[in-house]
Design a protein around this ligand. Structure first.
Ligand SMILES: O=P(O)(O)OC[C@H]1O[C@H](O[C@H]2O[C@H](CO)[C@@H](O)[C@H](O)[C@H]2O)[C@H](O)[C@@H](O)[C@@H]1O
Length: 249
């Protein structure tokens, strides 16, 4: 794999790049609980400076909801896709929903019943579905994945697997659909997408970026990734972003 930092800085600074960034595990180190993450001080202003350098072509693409991202980023004017591409907010515009939530009350009740005999899990309620986190009970992985598959069939939903998490969400949306929609926006069209991410759900983003002539950049060394470039960890991602921001006009 190529090392992304050396290979893409000059191209980005030449003005040809659109940059898509995952959040957890890419910009912020993982933590034991979704609310326990500790974004580096000044993360949002750093991203805004890189966005200025890229003439606005910087977009966060996260599995978190936009409201959740806002709660960790503070005041900012970043472009965001949340909920794995199901909601979007462009700077200065209201949030747009791409998906519709189903009956989340019935889903929650069915999931609660199904996990009752398992060790305690964190069930995160989200705008379009819910996430079953088993980071505190890794031995329950097999049972959690089976329950997620069963619930997906029963409620006509998709399962998205991530790091110690299985999410139940509406079908038809992923980080790849987000990249494709963003690349059709004025300003992004005709540029080269780079998608930076660490997790299984980022693979759709890597593939979309590569279909559109760009590159997927894996954070870490997960086996089997479609990404063709890599950065070792969140620190390396932030170092690279600081390099780009330093060139901001
Ligand atoms: O697409 P991302 O920005 O990477 O978001 C993916 C999910 O991130 C969160 O869960 C993950 O991070 C937690 C904090 O580090 C960790 O405890 C958990 O095990 C990870 O799966 C978030 O809670 C989910 O809603 C996001 O979809």
């Amino acid at each position: 794999m190529l090392c992304a930092r050396e290979n893409f800085s000059s191209e980005a600074l030449a003005g040809n790049i659109s940059l898509f960034l995952d959040f957890d595990g890419t910009l912020v180190p993982l933590a034991d609980h979704p609310d326990a993450i500790e974004p580096a001080p000044g993360l949002a202003p750093l991203l805004e400076r890189v966005g200025i350098r890229l003439d606005g072509r910087l977009m966060l693409v996260s599995g978190r909801t936009i409201a959740d991202l806002d709660s960790h980023l503070g005041d900012h004017r970043l472009a965001l896709y949340g909920s794995h591409g199901m909601e979007r907010r462009l700077p200065g515009k209201p949030r747009e929903d791409m998906a519709e939530a189903g009956d989340l009350v019935a889903l929650r009740a069915a999931v609660d019943e199904a996990v009752d005999a398992l060790p305690p899990l964190l069930i995160e309620e989200k705008r379009f579905g819910l996430a079953l986190h088993y980071r505190q009970a890794p031995e329950a992985e097999g049972a959690v994945l089976q329950i997620a598959e069963d619930m997906a069939k029963r409620f006509g939903m998709a399962v998205k697997l991530g790091k110690m998490v299985a999410e139940l969400l509406p079908r038809g949306f992923d980080k790849g659909s987000a990249v494709e929609a963003a690349m059709a926006l004025s300003g992004f069209a005709g540029t080269t997408p780079l998608f930076v991410g660490d997790d299984i759900t980022d693979e759709d983003g890597f593939l979309a970026a590569q279909r559109l002539g760009g590159t997927g950049i894996l954070v870490g060394d997960r086996i089997g990734s479609a990404a063709t470039a890599a950065l070792p960890d969140t620190g390396a991602v932030l170092d690279w972003l600081h390099t780009l921001a330093a060139e901001a006009p």
